[in-house]
Design a protein around this ligand. Structure first.
Ligand code: C2O
Ligand code: CU
Length: 521
């Protein structure tokens, strides 16, 4: 048989195909290696070198033109620093409360690593003054609050962030942005004027995921200087209900697993200040009494209507204050999945109801009134678009969160000037819900999925943005500094769902990164 004339051609093709595959494999490996290498962050870097400055259509973009862009892995090489000369820069460390004003409320908190028992379980966690949650701090609006944090033996260091309180930037407690983590044996003093009445909380912002879950948090209540709006229920008693799921032992309220209790008499109207210190949203409902949602994230709602057989969604990091009258039967039960707070007479029983099917929609709850901000012609418009992509984060391959299409640090750095009115559009295309939290500011919800807010002004510092949703929020840039803007599902933040809002002309001497000792997430 004659040799086929196609055989040599075939083998030439096979040879060529093999070479092509080898070359493509090399190229792919090269790209992979480059992507890996390019994603590796320096051992230390400034928050201000993260991302690409986004001026939201406002002034500032031209200041960037001469800025060095020689940065590594999306580190922009200090663009945010580049505009004014060094002498005109304000350091975050100088953004403090009046140093000469004496404290009205003085608290000392000692952080310690220890074994914690919850229910029938125990785990290696953290306490403040030997307890978790840490002591409840109460102040009256206008008072100067001073908290000395001492780290006894938490090896990774600790800080305290005052979640929802628009403190001066140096007091914000973000390791690597507004301070260095406090090492064992050291102290840091926080001072701020408690300007805004409402329900807040504090937690570590160093290694926040393990430290908050493990116990380094507590409630902060700022009582109004004068009695609040008469349209709200006339409250006669007041309690915090801090919801938390420790690494073991099930869900707790104020540290108690199962039923926590607040003892008071039938007829009393109780303000229950719920704080969701977990990383996922929860729902809250009340059995045995109707209730009103009187405040969200520290801000009172206008003319909230009475509710029964509906639940309230509570964002991770968020707060809702409910007002309810203790029924003549003895007690009502404030429920979340896995735990309750029984509010009523000592020993009185309260029914436990299944979760209601319907939730209150805060977009249309309460009555409209002037929110005190005109967002019709904002100075800047930003988009915070959350997605998800395979890629590398600091050399680790994974399926990472993206902001406006980039993986940290290739994310926007939102740049503002003091006094700007800012509108931000928050979109989520990532497949999961994200409780978004901006530090140092309160956001007014303008719309959700194009539907304008029609109820009470709805101010938040923590906002659940579900997959597929688009929120428009507005705020006034009235608190200079460098502020985190991140997901409060704390593992998500450590997976890159975080960036910053920065005021032009403000700089920070602090550094993040593996060699810095600071790890804000
Ligand atoms: Cu409650 Cu950035 O934190
Ligand atoms: Cu998230």
């Amino acid at each position: 048989m004659l040799p086929s004339r196609t055989a040599p051609a075939k083998s030439r093709w096979a040879w060529f195909a093999r070479r092509l595959v080898a070359v493509l494999a090399l190229v792919a490996a090269g790209l992979f290696g480059w992507a890996w290498w390019a994603s590796v962050l320096p051992g230390e870097y400034s928050a201000l070198d993260m991302g690409t400055p986004d001026y939201g259509g406002g002034p500032g973009a031209s200041a960037l033109d001469g800025a060095a862009h020689g940065g590594h892995a999306g580190l922009s090489g200090g663009a945010a620093n580049a505009a004014p000369a060094a002498s005109e820069l304000t350091s975050v460390v100088d953004l403090i409360a009046d140093p000469d004003r004496p404290a009205d409320v003085h608290v000392e908190l000692v952080a310690r690593a220890e074994r914690i028992a919850v229910g029938d379980d125990s785990f290696d966690g953290f306490t403040l003054n030997g307890q978790t949650p840490g002591p409840e701090i109460r102040a009256t609006q206008g008072q100067l609050v001073e908290v000395v944090l001492e780290n006894e033996d938490v090896a990774e260091g600790v800080t305290l962030h005052w979640h929802g309180v628009d403190v001066p930037n140096a007091m914000d407690g973000v390791a690597g942005v507004t301070q260095d983590a406090v090492p064992p044996g050291d102290k840091f003093t926080y001072r701020f004027v408690a300007d805004q009445a409402g329900t807040y909380w504090y937690h570590s912002h160093q290694a926040s995921h393990p430290q908050v879950v493990g116990g380094l948090f507590g409630a902060l209540v700022i009582e109004p200087a004068t009695a609040t709006d008469a349209s709200a229920a006339p409250v006669t008693a007041d309690t915090v209900a801090a919801i938390h799921t420790y690494p073991s032992g099930g869900r707790t309220i104020n540290g108690a697993s199962g039923d926590a209790r607040f003892t008071t008499e039938p007829g009393e109207v109780v303000r229950v200040r719920l704080v969701n210190t977990d990383s996922t949203p929860t729902s809250v409902w009340v059995s045995g009494a109707e209730f009103r949602v009187v405040a969200v994230d520290g801000t009172d709602l206008n003319e909230p209507a009475a509710i029964s057989a509906r639940s309230v969604e509570l964002t991770a990091g968020g707060r809702v204050d409910l007002a309810l009258a203790v029924p003549a039967s003895g007690a009502a039960r404030v429920q979340v999945p896995g735990a309750s707070l029984v509010v009523g007479a000592d020993g009185a029983e309260a029914p436990a109801d299944a979760p209601p099917r319907e939730a209150v929609d805060l977009l249309a709850y309460g009555e409209p009134t002037d929110p005190g901000i005109d967002a019709s012609d904002p100075d800047r418009r930003f988009t915070y678009d959350i997605g998800r992509l395979p890629g590398f984060l600091d050399g680790r391959p994974g399926y990472w969160w993206t902001i406006n299409g980039g993986i940290v640090p290739a994310v926007p750095m939102y740049m503002v000037d003091e006094g700007d009115v800012v509108v931000m559009r928050i979109e989520n295309h990532s497949g999961e819900v994200h409780p978004m939290h901006l530090h140092g500011h309160h956001l007014l919800v303008l719309s959700r999925d194009g539907v304008a807010s029609s109820g009470s002004p709805w101010w938040v510092d923590s906002l659940d943005v579900k997959h597929g949703e688009v929120y428009e929020v507005a705020f006034v840039a009235d608190n200079p500094g460098v502020w985190m803007d991140h997901c409060h599902n704390l593992p998500h933040a450590s997976e890159g769902l975080m960036t910053h809002l920065a005021y032009s002309g403000v700089t920070t001497p602090f550094r993040m990164g593996r060699d810095s000792g600071n790890d804000p997430e």
